[in-house]
Design a protein around this ligand. Structure first.
Ligand code: NAD
Length: 498
């Protein structure tokens, strides 16, 4: 059985593991590897390695640090096919989708190759008589990132790239369900020229996360995962005086106005609702058509498209959608679908009994479509995180907007319309962090920042973009007055500063 170790001080190691956990192939249900779970001693070793390496890295000029990222980006591109295959084998998403996962992380590594510019401070010449004032950005020291299973390349790269480019050492605690790609990324970073100790990876669940939250030498923590854990991580680490950003779950709505192009809106909903089996924090899980006719038209356009979706393992190039991550997740999604039926929603397409010859033990759920869902139903209230799209009918634009506004989550949302005024009003008023106008999954590019509102994010700085540089650095402001020397008195005398 293949073993996946931690990555500490530049080498992969099982350390003094507290135990091992099975890593499954979600398409077959088979155990394909075992991942080491970090003990307190393993975390301590990672912190010690980070602490030893960080001062020299911080003192390395930002241009040299940036060059490591140029190499890193090159190596990831070279290894794209292998990384994507490895990612798919543990996550279950299609290989093309896995490449997208890597690509959107890689773009943050490209962004931070501009570190020399991004790290520049501010300067005021003559803030007072003979006084200059300037600020500089300095790394926080040791940062840590705790990441979810659904983007095992992108989200680690979102965090480690700005943290490291800014001069920090970084400890990554990836999801224990698909841990191989994060370890590969750490190996590639070393190959790219990163000194050992600047990027360490430790595996595990709550125990090692608690160790990170409590560790006095870890100064800043970035978390992405479900809302209850995000809330816990934020509260626990902030109470200990650490800098924290914690991103949580989502329930993203797409409003479809009567004037939208229904065919395009339906195509958009297919990708946004069922891509990656709905396991994206920016997936659209609720479609909100405005008006009964719009609702009838969008459901009619969706049904044949959903029926045609090709569900299968990532190893089959024809697959458009893979399995979900675990058996428990499959059960949970099936039970939620059943609750939708018993609570009175119209089940247009039912994915509960989906089965694939040769993959009967895989964690597949067929694409599921509900119509006439209401906000009191569990399928509306819960983040399903599976291939289930709910249509909530609204009578007016205002009612649709209010529905989005009243939802406790605020990660992403979209409006499909040909009316610029409606789109503008929606973007201005909606209380959600990322908004799409005729764009179903509005994930900002690396040089903008990513983050939701309400229960989708705790803390005040987003992922990537300038926010990430601010998060991983402290600002120090210097007020400097230089006593007059050669300008006063005799120029031939030695100035005494007296
Ligand atoms: P999760 O919350 O179960 O796990 C996230 C991380 O927390 C993992 O590293 C895990 O090991 C750790 N963890 C799990 N239980 C813990 C506990 N009790 N105490 C401390 N740490 C614990 O999330 P997941 O199932 O891996 O990922 C899916 C969730 O992540 C969804 O809710 C999704 O919306 C969310 N997500 C959010 C964003 C975003 O940017 N807002 C992005 C991707 C995923």
């Amino acid at each position: 059985m293949r073993r996946i170790g931690h990555f500490i001080d530049g080498v992969e190691t099982e350390g003094v593991a507290a135990g091992f956990q099975d890593v499954f192939n979600p398409a077959t249900g088979e155990v394909q590897a075992q991942v080491a779970l970090a003990s307190a001693a393993d975390l301590e070793a990672a912190v010690a390695s980070a602490a030893a390496a960080q001062p020299k890295w911080a003192a390395t000029n930002p241009q040299r640090r940036a060059r490591v990222f140029f190499n890193f980006v090159g190596l990831i591109n070279q290894q794209m096919d292998e990384l994507a295959a490895l990612l798919s084998s543990e996550h279950g998403k299609t290989v093309e989708d896995a490449k997208g996962d890597i690509q959107r992380g890689l773009e943050v590594a490209e962004f931070v190759a501009g570190a020399p510019h991004l790290m520049k401070g501010e300067f005021t010449d003559g803030a007072g008589p003979g006084i200059d004032m300037y600020s500089m950005r300095q790394p926080v020291g040791i940062g840590a990132g705790i990441t979810p299973f659904n983007f095992p390349a992108m989200i680690p790269l979102w965090m480690l790239s700005p943290a490291i480019a800014a001069g920090n050492a970084f400890i990554l605690k990836p999801s224990e369900r698909d841990p191989s790609v994060p370890v590969r990324l750490a190996q590639l970073a070393i190959e790219a020229g990163l000194p050992k100790g600047i990027l360490n990876v430790v595996h595990g669940g709550k125990e090692v996360v608690d160790g990170i939250l409590d560790h006095e030498k870890i100064e800043a923590i970035s978390f992405v995962g479900s809302t209850p854990i995000a809330r816990y991580v934020y509260g626990t680490a902030a109470a200990q005086g650490k800098r924290v950003q914690a991103f949580g779950g989502a329930k993203n709505h797409m409003v479809i106005m009567p004037d939208a192009d229904m065919e395009k809106a339906a195509d958009a909903l297919i990708g946004a609702g069922y891509g990656s089996a709905g396991e994206r924090c920016m997936a659209i899980s609720v479609a909100v058509p405005v008006g009964a006719e719009t609702a009838d038209r969008i459901v009619a356009a969706l049904k044949p498209r959903v029926e045609k979706l090709k569900v299968g393992p990532a190893s089959d190039k024809a697959s458009e959608m893979g399995p979900v991550i675990t058996k428990a997740s499959q059960e949970r999604i099936r039970n939620l679908i059943s609750s939708g039926v018993s609570q009175g929603a119209d089940l247009v397409l039912d994915g509960r009994d989906f089965s694939l010859q040769g993959y009967e033990n895989g964690y597949f759920v067929g694409p599921t479509l509900f119509d006439r869902v209401t906000p009191d139903m569990d399928i509306y209230k819960e983040e399903i995180f599976g291939p289930v799209l709910s249509v909530v009918r609204s009578k007016t634009y205002d009612e649709a907007l209010q529905l989005v506004m009243d939802n406790p989550y605020g990660n992403g949302t979209a409006i499909f319309t040909r009316d610029g005024d409606a789109a503008r009003d929606f973007a201005a008023r909606v209380n959600v962090g990322m908004v799409g106008v005729n764009v179903p999954v509005p994930v900002p590019l690396a040089y903008h920042s990513f983050g939701g509102w309400k229960a989708s994010a705790f803390g005040d700085l987003n992922q990537h973009g300038m926010d990430s540089i601010k998060f991983w650095t402290r600002t120090k402001t210097v007020t400097a007055r230089w006593p007059s020397g050669i300008k006063d008195g005799a120029e031939l005398q030695m100035p005494t500063m007296a």
